[in-house]
Design a protein around this ligand. Structure first.
Ligand code: SF4
Length: 352
């Protein structure tokens, strides 16, 4: 796209925004392209954005610039008159797709043959499809985000329950280590080996069953990348997202959600050197926004699905408000998923 084209499209988008006023809201995830975030009304992580959408009573059209599960969550939390649209329906999340309902139900049925269902609680990461959130809602579980996973894990453990965590093995493991759950109390459930009987032999010892899913954008980072930064930028503080592998998390200075990273960079004194292991569009944007600090990527890792959303697709969506790429979640799924999201909110609220 030429610069002129980009400018023309931005003008069209801004015209449509002006015509619709508060009826239209554009949400942009932290990992979106620079130009998308320049026209977004709000920027944030998936949960902040979904909650934001639900709080804007005047907004009839909610355009979610992110991936499919995020738009689904916004739709689940939205009011009946609100319409959620995603500029590219192919913008999915491979990690969310690693936990599908039939395999998860099969795993649950096997697990609960050996652990009474009253003694285990399913918790799913926000980065999961709606039917998995609904599964958790049906079984007394909850959703969590990378910023409140510790709280949700504590909630389950205070009830004396084991945890079945979906779909990100690494976020689950890193959270468990934060809470001093030893490695030998964790078990990785591989849906490709659903009849793995090791779990049965160890059932009493296991505290946490981790679904074998991962985010390829964050597992891309490795210890050599961290060592390179330590050697070449000795004054750098290194921060990694908890979707990174345990090896990486053990080598960095801090680990935290996108909101934590955003806040850390914002509050760091001028002149700080900060190396970040998360999606490259976020790191590049922080480097531009906080030019008085040196913000560098630990390595360049791009989420190709986030990158599918671009200005032409956003413009096409805005030209067909309420008619194009609408995200609808079936009522039965919506109710149970809403229950799991609400459980998260009340647990987090009572922990504050
Ligand atoms: S960064 Fe990872 S978890 Fe986020 S949308 Fe991309 S693949 Fe999914």
């Amino acid at each position: 796209m030429t610069v002129e084209n980009e400018q023309q499209i931005i003008e069209t988008i801004n015209d449509i925004k002006k015509q619709n006023g508060d009826k239209l809201v554009i949400l942009g995830h932290y990992y979106q392209r620079r130009e998308i975030l320049t026209v977004a009304d709000y920027m944030g992580d998936s949960f902040e954005l979904a909650r934001r959408a639900a709080s804007l009573d005047d907004a009839k059209y909610i355009i979610f610039c992110g991936v499919h599960f995020m738009a689904e969550s916004a739709s689940i939390l939205s009011k009946p008159y609100q319409i959620v649209q995603l500029p590219d329906l192919d913008a999915g999340c491979p990690m969310a797709d690693m936990a599908r309902l039939p395999e998860v139900e099969k795993a649950w049925n096997t697990i609960t043959e050996f652990i009474p269902s009253s003694q285990i609680v399913p918790i799913t990461y926000m980065n999961s499809i709606a039917s998995i959130k609904a599964f958790c809602g049906r079984h007394g579980g909850a959703v969590c985000t990378s910023s409140n996973a510790n709280i949700l894990f504590k909630w389950a453990r205070q009830q004396g329950k084991k945890i079945f965590f979906l779909p990100d093995e690494h976020l689950g493991r890193n959270t468990a280590h934060n809470l001093n759950i030893p490695e030998d109390k964790m078990f990785v459930w591989d849906p490709l080996m659903p009849d793995d009987k090791r779990i049965i032999a160890n059932i009493d010892a296991v505290e946490l069953i981790l679904w074998k899913g991962h985010c390829h954008v964050h597992t891309f980072f490795n210890v050599e990348h961290v060592n390179y930064i330590r050697k070449n930028f000795p004054s750098a503080v290194i921060i990694a997202h908890p979707e990174c592998t345990r090896d990486v998390i053990q080598q960095v200075d801090y680990s935290g959600s996108t909101s934590f990273i955003e806040r850390y960079v914002k509050e760091a004194p001028s002149g700080s050197v900060i190396a970040i292991a998360t999606e490259i569009n976020m790191v590049d944007r922080l480097a531009r926004q906080y030019a008085d600090k040196q913000i560098i990527p630990v390595a360049r890792s791009l989420c190709p699905n986030m990158f599918k959303i671009n200005l032409p697709k956003l413009k096409t969506t805005l030209e067909q408000l309420g008619r194009y790429n609408i995200i609808e979640v079936p009522q039965s799924v919506r109710q149970d998923a809403h229950r799991a999201l609400s459980a998260m909110l009340s647990v987090v609220q009572s922990a504050q």
